[in-house]
Design a protein. Structure first.
Length: 236
């Protein structure tokens, strides 16, 4: 008997589709956060390690690549079953589905599209007398042999700053949507028990993810699947 492609997909329980789901929310900075920018042309006496800023507003930003890289790293620790992948392309197949792969013979396009994130509550900060969204933290490293201090200045996004969070998820296989959203949920939860940016072992970069909401931007998905995925996000 000749089996058509459609019949094979029905046997597997899969359903090809095309839809784009937007995930919106907020990232709340709970301890000073440092995601570094360029100090190549810094003047004498300026901050040693500035934060990255949006060129249009000169306010701090979170690059989408920073969030993507952190979430993927945390998910790899959980889903790679104790093994250390030689490269990101050797991660668990579920991670490759979400974040993509360039491995020969297993090339995959990322289903998650990350946007750069900008400050959303600057007006509220000004209302309570805060007119800068960053602070300068002075730190020292001490030479153990000579006891000579090497001071440095690190710029941090202040506690209480809120960033807009926006992701796009490309729905391609109906029977994989809920599993993909389980990974997205896990990534957000793991991030809240870790840190975003640099110097996390010294208390920097603790964040809280809040107000997560799904919106179907293009196409349609099954209503029950949509509701179950939204419930997952609400548990973060």
């Amino acid at each position: 008997m000749h089996i058509t492609n459609t019949t094979v997909e029905e046997i597997k329980g899969g359903k090809h589709m095309y839809a784009k789901i937007q995930i919106i929310g907020t990232i709340h900075v709970e301890t000073g956060m440092h995601i570094g920018g360029s100090s190549q042309f810094a003047a004498i006496g300026s901050v040693d390690s500035p934060v990255i800023r949006d060129a249009g507003t000169d306010l701090p930003m979170i690059p989408g690549s920073s969030l993507k890289g952190k979430m993927r790293t945390l998910l790899a620790k959980k889903y790679n079953q104790g093994r250390i992948a030689g490269s990101p392309d050797d991660d668990d197949e579920r991670i490759l589905r979400l974040f993509g792969s360039a491995k020969k013979g297993n090339v995959k396009r990322s289903r998650l599209l990350f946007s750069d994130m900008t400050v959303s509550n600057m007006d509220e900060l000004k209302d309570i007398g805060i007119h800068s969204s960053t602070e300068i933290k002075f730190e020292n490293t001490i030479n153990r042999l000579s006891a000579v201090a090497n001071p440095r200045q690190i710029e941090r996004v202040i506690r209480g700053t809120v960033f807009e969070l926006r992701l796009i998820y490309d729905a391609e296989e109906e029977n994989e949507i809920e599993e993909d959203f389980q990974l997205i949920k896990d990534g957000f939860e793991l991030l809240q028990y870790d840190y975003l940016g640099g110097h996390g072992s010294r208390g920097y970069g603790k964040v809280k993810i809040a107000d997560l909401e799904m919106q179907t931007a293009v196409g349609e998905i099954d209503g029950e699947i949509f509701n179950r995925c939204q419930s997952m996000l609400e548990e973060v």
